[in-house]
Design a protein around this ligand. Structure first.
Ligand code: ZN
Length: 298
């Protein structure tokens, strides 16, 4: 009985922390957006009044941008917080009934150093949890194929890996989604689902092998970071899956890219492949500054 009570307490504490964190993030992003709308509208009014039309229009454009962000954070952010609450409730029950594995922190020897090389200190490592193996209802393989597939996914600070242990590429890819949540709030969840069904077919992927890596073009929609690079899009204009796939790809190709920010990154990895180092450096610089979480572009 005592043991069960301890279990209830532990599971409840985690669920409450997850939901409260998500709500706080929605509120923080919405407040920031409202402040931007108010400030830029007021400034536009002022510059119109003193006859500086150019600067007035500049602030009007910024106010319109902020209003767009407000819509995203209020709508998609709230939806994301609801998703976090729903998953937390399922997890609460499943932990008490013993239907899923317990959440675990990142491994300080095998996992944190990999992520630290990429993110430096732009991630709250100690907030991250991984649930791997048996997931119960949170295993996408149990859902209708039209809704979910059996693949790792991230909800807030938690990475779910169904049916197996977490690989390095799982860790790096899903950590980018945690970063999107930590730096931009829960709106990324709906945005990521949306982007999985958009974009072009044919993303370049990289797989680790004993000898190093192999690259391939896979027919997966939405993860087509190479198309985004070719279009000259900046980091903040990538969709959430392109951001995650790009960082996962670079880590697979050569983790030293993140140390030296060079010397070269050719994508696709063919003789006629183009050099994308400048865009890579821009992406990593933004990532480490906590800027440009997909939909929160300025
Ligand atoms: Zn993803």
């Amino acid at each position: 009985m005592k043991k069960l009570w301890r279990k209830v307490k532990r599971a409840t504490r985690r669920a409450v922390r997850n939901v409260a964190g998500a709500v706080a993030k929605v509120v923080a992003t919405v407040v920031e957006d409202v402040a931007d709308v108010v400030v830029h509208t007021a400034k536009a009014g002022w510059f119109f009044a003193i006859g500086q039309r150019g600067r007035a229009n500049d602030h009007l454009r910024k106010a319109r941008n902020a209003a767009g962000k407000l819509g995203v954070d209020l709508g998609w952010g709230t939806l994301g917080a609801v998703a976090i609450a729903g998953i937390s409730a399922v997890e609460w029950w499943q932990r008490l009934l013993g239907l899923q594995e317990e959440p675990r922190p990142l491994d300080p020897i095998d996992e944190i150093p990999i992520l630290r090389t990429i993110f430096v200190d732009a991630l709250e490592f100690e907030d991250i949890r991984i649930v791997e193996g048996r997931l119960g209802l949170l295993d996408g393989g149990r859902w209708p194929k039209s809704i979910a597939r059996r693949a790792p996914y991230t909800i807030g600070n938690t990475i779910y890996v169904p049916g197996r242990a977490t690989t390095r590429s799982d860790l790096v890819h899903e950590a980018v989604h945690v970063w999107q949540y930590q730096s931009g709030g829960p709106a990324y969840i709906a945005q990521a689902v949306r982007s999985q069904n958009g974009g072009d077919v044919g993303a370049e992927t990289c797989t680790r092998t004993k000898a190093g890596f192999t690259t391939d073009a896979t027919p997966t929609r939405g993860y087509d970071f190479d198309n985004a690079l070719r279009d000259g899009r900046s980091w903040e204009a990538f969709n959430p899956e392109q951001q995650a796939a790009f960082i996962e790809y670079a880590d697979c190709r050569d983790p030293n890219l993140f140390v030296a920010l060079g010397p070269s990154l050719r994508i696709p990895d063919r003789p006629d492949g183009e050099e994308y180092l400048p865009q890579f450096v821009e992406a990593v610089t933004s990532l480490r500054a906590g800027e440009g979480a997909a939909w929160r572009a300025k």
